[in-house]
Ligand binder design. Structure first.
Ligand code: F0G
Length: 360
């Protein structure tokens, strides 16, 4: 078929869709699985793969769930969609709503959405409102608006979102021929870990896999309600995507952890930043800070000797590094501006670095 692949078509047999469901698509899914040799060397795990979800049309995994949620909303005659978001859900909802030519409203935690995500919502023409408070407060507001019948809610409390997102687990099983020993994934509102687990369970039932992975979820230390076991009123982390104090899919995350024999753990902002650098500089994969939490978790667990018997790992990299240009800018210091001559450039750089191993 020419043109972009359509996730709904590809997995129609496993999704709650019919011939009547509009084949909405922006070419979502089918993202790369990239071998992570530097991480393998560091951790001693023989095989590590990065599922690069930042390669989706709006730069995050949200597109998988959003395409299904918006297509089904259209099928049901919805006239508008609505979400709360730390940014990526908003970008994705705005894009698919634009594609479907229906209005989209996004409610954001004021001052806490990375610039790249915000400009996406603007570009796609969403109505945007910031509310004072964390994501959790924004979610409470949109739930109330949706209950009044004003628009279809496309947050992951809408089960169609999780249906779409579970297709990433199918892709992993198809690519590896089975599920891996362990999956590492960042956790915020906890929809994605819930969706992956559902996907892996269904994959074994459908003959796509013989086994299921242990699920390892990572929250930021200042926003780790699933680790402490109770909601947090004022979550805090530089990984704004997962700055969430009371995850909507709490039960799903706990079930994924317990049924799989995995864990949900916390990583510090410093560990997240170190992993953010490592992914970019040692693997050539530029992710946003929240995604780096999964890599931080993998490195931390490896260091603590907590990967006994784990030979094959998939690490889910949920969003593209370009989403958060302000954070990215902190990776480099001042950039020299010099005259346009080879000598001046050579002086500024101090050599091309070819005599040293990269990033050592
Ligand atoms: N990584 C990124 C890049 C995210 O944007 C999110 C969630 C997560 C991880 C966590 O996924 O919520 O399913 O546990 N972002 C949401 C949003 C909350 O509004 O864009 P989760």
């Amino acid at each position: 078929m020419p043109g972009a692949p359509c996730l709904i078509d590809r997995y129609a047999a496993y999704l709650p869709v019919s011939e009547r469901t509009p084949r909405l698509t922006l070419g979502e899914g089918g993202t790369p699985l990239v071998r992570a040799r530097s991480l393998e060397r560091e951790t001693g795990v023989p095989e590590i793969w990065l599922k690069v979800e930042g390669a989706n049309p709006t730069g995050s995994f949200k597109d998988r769930g959003m395409v299904v949620a918006v297509a089904k909303a259209l099928e049901g005659g919805a006239r508008a969609v609505l979400c709360a978001s730390t940014g990526n859900t908003a970008a994705s909802a705005a894009a698919y709503a634009a594609r479907a030519q229906i209005p989209c409203t996004v409610v954001l935690p004021a001052g806490q959405v990375a610039l790249g995500k915000l400009v996406q919502a603007v570009a796609f023409g969403a109505r945007i409102v910031s509310v004072r408070g964390p994501f959790d407060a924004a979610l409470a507001v949109v739930k109330e608006l949706a209950a009044a019948g004003e628009a279809t809610l496309v947050n992951s409390v809408n089960p169609l979102r999780l249906e779409g997102q579970k297709t990433a687990a199918f892709e992993v099983c198809e690519a590896l021929g089975d599920a891996p020993d362990a999956l590492f994934i960042p956790v915020g509102n906890a929809g994605n870990i819930t969706a992956y687990w559902k996907g892996f369970v269904e994959a074994t039932g459908a003959g796509m896999a013989r086994r299921r992975p242990r699920m390892f979820g990572y929250q930021a230390e200042g926003a780790a309600p699933l680790v402490s076991g109770r909601p947090i009123a004022e979550p805090e982390t530089l990984a704004t995507a997962i700055r969430i104090g009371n995850p909507a899919s709490w039960k799903g995350a706990v079930a994924a952890r317990d049924e799989s024999g995995g864990a949900i753990e916390a990583v510090s902002d410093d560990e997240i930043l170190a992993a953010y650098r490592f992914a970019a500089r040692c693997e050539g994969v530029f992710v946003e800070p929240a995604s780096a939490a999964a890599i931080a978790g993998l490195r931390k667990r490896a260091k603590a000797g907590g990967l006994e018997g784990v030979r094959q790992v998939v690490c889910v990299l949920t969003g593209n590094g370009l989403k958060d240009p302000d954070r990215a800018r902190t990776l480099a210091g001042e950039i020299d501006e010099v005259d346009a001559s080879a000598d001046a450039v050579r002086r500024a750089i101090g050599g091309m670095g070819g005599h040293r191993p990269p990033n050592a």
